[in-house]
Ligand binder design. Structure first.
Ligand SMILES: Cc1cc2nc3c(=O)[nH]c(=O)nc-3n(C[C@H](O)[C@H](O)[C@H](O)COP(=O)(O)O)c2cc1C
Length: 153
């Protein structure tokens, strides 16, 4: 078994639906050897990250940056994980009202410091909520779980 951690900030019904879609995609019936753990960022800790073989991060954009909850997560896990998680494969989901680039680059700056490895392009779901965000998030989750199971990264 390999372990996939999903740390996603879901402060609204729309963001909850996106997080659930990521989890549903990762839980695809055809993927059998992946253990999934989902944690809101305020509850996730360094033990969760050290447990993970790959991680999916989900954040809203707030004031041109990642959510405060996601920043708090990084503040707490950065030094406890710095030495042991280099190369950790990750993917990023951003939910934004209009833009999303500020949240994306703020996460990427920190994970560059952690030396995690981006294995999928960031998915930015922005603007008015659209129903096609859901399959995009399912695909993100499924691709990460399937890639981890297959040993692609
Ligand atoms: C305090 C606050 C700041 C925000 N700042 C930004 C921002 O800088 N850029 C942006 O695109 N959206 C911004 N938003 C919109 C959120 O990203 C959006 O509300 C969030 O993705 C949840 O989406 P939903 O409203 O569809 O549930 C902000 C929202 C709040 C509450």
């Amino acid at each position: 078994m390999k372990n996939l951690l999903i740390v996603s900030h879901s402060p609204s019904p729309n963001t909850k639906a996106l997080t659930e879609a990521v989890v549903a995609g990762a839980s695809n019936d055809d993927i059998e050897r992946i253990c999934i753990r989902e944690r809101p960022p305020l509850q996730a800790d360094s033990g969760d990250v050290l447990w993970a073989n790959a991680i999916i991060l989900g954040t809203t954009e707030n004031f041109g940056y990642m959510s405060g909850a996601m920043k708090d997560f990084f503040d707490r896990i950065y030094y406890p994980c710095l030495e042991q998680t280099q190369g950790l494969p990750y993917a990023l989901l951003v939910k934004a009202g209009l833009d999303g680039q500020g949240a994306k680059s703020s996460v990427e700056r920190i994970v560059t410091g952690l030396r995690w490895k981006q294995v999928q392009p960031a998915l930015i779901c922005k603007g008015e909520f659209r129903s096609d965000f859901i399959p995009q998030c399912q695909e993100l989750g499924m691709t990460m779980a399937a890639g981890l199971e297959a040993g692609v990264f």
